[in-house]
Write a protein that binds this ligand. Structure first.
Ligand code: SF4
Ligand code: SF4
Length: 99
């Protein structure tokens, strides 16, 4: 499943640099996917783009953002359950279209 950021986030940005998929953005900042810019998904706190998060599959054994967070605001998203195969396919898609 994709990983999400909850309202516990204090927008310290510690997680942003850890993401190999460039899936984490500051509140209010537009995100980039496939060379296109899209409106921010959250204005209140740092957010993860579900279409870009592979749970770090294809790069690392564990999500890199979770241990970076001082407030335990980064958790699995129960509404976006994905298999490892689906996550790898997402990673390969991002390899092709660009992050
Ligand atoms: S789990 Fe990995 S890919 Fe997903 S947002 Fe965190 S660092 Fe990025
Ligand atoms: S590390 Fe945690 S508190 Fe800091 S921006 Fe990321 S989710 Fe928010």
């Amino acid at each position: 499943m994709a990983i999400m950021i909850t309202d516990e986030c204090i927008s310290c940005n510690a997680c942003e640099a850890e993401c190999p998929n460039i899936a984490i953005y500051s509140p209010g900042a537009p995100y980039i996917l496939g060379g296109q810019e899209f409106a921010a998904l959250n204005e209140e706190h740092t957010y993860i783009v579900p279409d870009k998060c592979t749970e770090c599959v294809g790069f690392y054994d564990e999500p890199q953002c979770i241990p970076a967070c001082p407030t335990e605001a980064i958790v699995p998203d129960p509404n976006r359950v994905e298999t490892k195969e689906q996550l790898m396919a997402k990673k390969e898609h991002l390899d092709q279209v660009g992050r």
